[in-house]
Design a protein around this ligand. Structure first.
Ligand code: URA
Length: 293
């Protein structure tokens, strides 16, 4: 019984997370309002005697308090210790040219070698078995980016091979493509314990390698699967609803945001919405759904 409740709770937390509700488990320090201490303008340049600011909580009018209430969709990075996500476009200059197709497999292998037996972030010590680099056509027109490996991926070393992966395969098939024709990778390459969301430090540490993979493959279109992929690729922390249904940019590619397949497994009613996102991608790429046979 207790296990059942725990499973339900975990599913609900993941459901919220996939909707883009981040960090609802850590809202930061409670807000304490300080009474503003006005210094006379003329005396601003002079050394002021130390002023002990009286702490009065709450000291602001009700309307202002409502404005400053923590917003779970837009955590106040300036006031928190959570590093602000930076878009992949700002992390490094865009590549000036495109690698020849025959040079791309070796370039990807060089990134894999650079990663080595990585111990750059805490995920290396959190029960990881295999680094899940990513796979697919080094010249793919379309790249999917997920969040991070789960148990099946950690065991096999391949991205999206579990239940969510089977659904992703179906999504790719419905677009008239095969898994071998696309490239699939994740924001982090090591499994976070209990499949939790990667911490910003982990995602930021790992980003450099995904960025290099994108620059080698240079897909025309990237599909961000879920809120974590969208957050780090675009450098924004927004609900999926605010990001879906429009084109974004990432490393010279067009980027679309859709639901994570794991979310669609939990809430299959949203599959129709995800299909709209994929149709937008298909239209852009001139793809046709295979005839039903
Ligand atoms: N979920 C992900 O985000 N990535 C995987 O590779 C598997 C499940």
């Amino acid at each position: 019984m207790a296990g059942e409740v725990e499973d339900q709770l975990r599913a609900y937390v993941e459901y919220l997370r996939d909707l883009g509700v981040h960090d609802f488990y850590r809202r930061g320090e409670p807000v304490v309002f300080e009474e503003p201490v006005a210094a006379p303008v003329a005396a601003a340049a002079e050394v002021q005697p130390a002023v002990v600011k009286p702490v009065v909580a709450p000291a602001r009018p009700v309307a202002v308090q409502q404005e400053t209430k923590p917003d779970i969709f837009k955590p106040d990075f300036a006031e928190s210790s959570i590093p602000k996500p930076v878009s992949f476009d700002l992390l490094a200059p865009l590549p000036a040219s495109r690698l020849a197709a025959e040079a791309r497999p070796a370039a990807l292998k060089a990134i894999l070698d650079e990663i080595g037996d990585c111990t750059r972030c805490p995920l290396a010590y959190a029960g990881r078995h295999t680094i899940v680099f990513g796979e697919g056509d080094p010249s793919a027109r379309l790249m999917f980016v997920g969040e991070g490996p789960g148990a099946d991926e950690d065991a096999s070393g391949r991205p999206f091979v579990g239940k969510a992966g089977q659904l992703l395969n179906n999504m790719i098939g419905a677009m008239g493509l095969t898994r071998e024709q696309v490239y699939i990778a994740n924001i982090v390459k090591c499994r976070p314990p209990q499949n939790r969301v990667p911490e910003p430090g982990e995602a930021n540490t790992c980003s450099q390698f995904l960025l290099k993979q994108i620059d080698v493959v240079q897909p025309e279109v990237i599909v961000a699967l879920g809120a974590t992929a969208a957050t780090y690729l675009l450098g924004v922390k927004q609900s999926l609803a605010g990001l879906r249904g429009q084109w974004h940019g990432c490393r010279g590619a067009k980027l679309a945001v859709t639901y994570h397949p794991a979310f669609l497994l939990r809430d299959p009613r949203q599959k129709a919405e995800a299909w709209k996102d994929l149709q937008m991608v298909m239209k852009e790429m001139g793809l046709k759904a295979p005839a039903k046979g």
